[in-house]
Ligand binder design. Structure first.
Ligand code: NAP
Length: 290
């Protein structure tokens, strides 16, 4: 699955995601037949935010491509916390809904954390509920892993590199990417360092990494001279700029040093989409006692 990208082999998320989607399609068809039920996800959206509406459309398309049902609960801009919580409780209790996603941004009167606490952890396909984060940290299944780091790990594993004992540096400590990525690599016996905006001498820390994962949201933050020769670099960054979609790595200079590099676009993004579908199927199986 490697294609040369200047010097570093390209770790193509598009190619791996395509393969995984085909396998998932078959698994979902089998599930429907066995259980007479279709894996179903519902998103809750509040207000008219265009980014959130666009994200909902892309989730719907992604679901349709493999035979997952998609539903949207859309509340007005002026919805109260109580109204959103009532909607969430309805979905929590609906046995035909297997996964629930709360799309952000939410209007300022809505408290996202209170909603997340209320979300049924067995339907938390984004892996944002503290119970899932804690179960991931403690390695006590069942739990949902957020789709983006789960996809990053699959890409890493696709290199065939032995992860045991490797020095991993994760730049970024968000609950949705950086922290769960650190947990996943720790569980694979990497020695993990988590860096963030207060880290001192970030370039020197990045240069220690055999595996460098970057989830910051600052285009071209990481340059070639920050990278250890031969390192695997997973670029989670996705920032829309006037020049198109950009990752957190300066791809041209990093590619001359890295052993492997995920491109942007076509790297971690497509893997996030497919891992979300995989989480929805997992939630449907969980609901059916599998
Ligand atoms: P986030 O919640 O904003 O977290 C960003 C992290 O980067 C924070 O931990 C922050 O440190 C750290 N940071 C900011 N500036 C830094 C600097 N100069 N040096 C070192 N660390 C710095 O972002 P996120 O949700 O994790 O997303 C990160 C990126 O991944 C974004 O581009 C986002 O669009 C992208 N993303 C991609 C996918 C995908 O499918 N590929 C999915 C989700 C997100 P502090 O904690 O100290 O503030």
């Amino acid at each position: 699955m490697s294609t040369p990208l200047q010097n570093a082999p390209l770790l193509s998320g598009s190619a791996l995601a395509k393969q995984m989607k085909e396998a998932l399609k078959t698994e979902i068809a089998d599930f429907r037949q066995t259980h007479n039920s279709t894996p179903t996800v519902a998103v809750i959206r509040v207000g008219n935010d265009e980014a959130s509406a666009g994200y909902a459309r892309s989730i719907e398309k992604n679901c349709q491509s493999v035979g997952v049902n998609f539903r949207a609960a859309v509340l007005g801009d002026d919805a109260s916390q109580q109204q959103v919580e009532t909607q969430l409780q309805t979905l929590n209790a609906d046995p035909t809904v297997h996964g629930i996603m709360i799309l952000e941004p939410l209007p300022s009167q809505i408290e996202a954390n209170a909603l997340i606490e209320l979300l049924n952890p067995r339907k938390d396909v984004d892996g944002v509920h503290p119970l899932n984060a804690g179960r991931l940290a403690a390695q006590r299944p069942p739990y949902f892993v957020p789709a983006t780091p789960a996809g990053g790990l699959r890409l890493l594993e696709s290199t065939g590199i032995d992860l045991v004992g490797k020095q991993a540096v994760i730049v970024g400590r968000s609950d949705i990417v950086g922290k769960p990525m650190a947990m996943l690599l720790l569980h694979r016996h990497c020695t993990v360092t988590i860096a963030h905006s207060r880290t001192q001498d970030l370039p020197a820390i990045c240069r220690t990494a055999d595996i460098l994962c970057v989830a910051v949201g600052r285009p071209a933050l990481v340059r070639g001279d920050w990278v250890k020769p031969g390192a695997v670099v997973i670029d989670f960054g996705t920032t829309y700029t006037a020049d198109g979609l950009k990752g957190d790595c300066d791809q041209a200079s990093v590619a001359t040093v890295a052993g492997w590099l995920t491109p942007v676009p076509g790297g971690t993004g497509p893997m996030t989409n497919v891992m979300l579908l995989s989480n929805i199927l997992q939630a449907a199986k969980l609901a059916h006692g599998e």
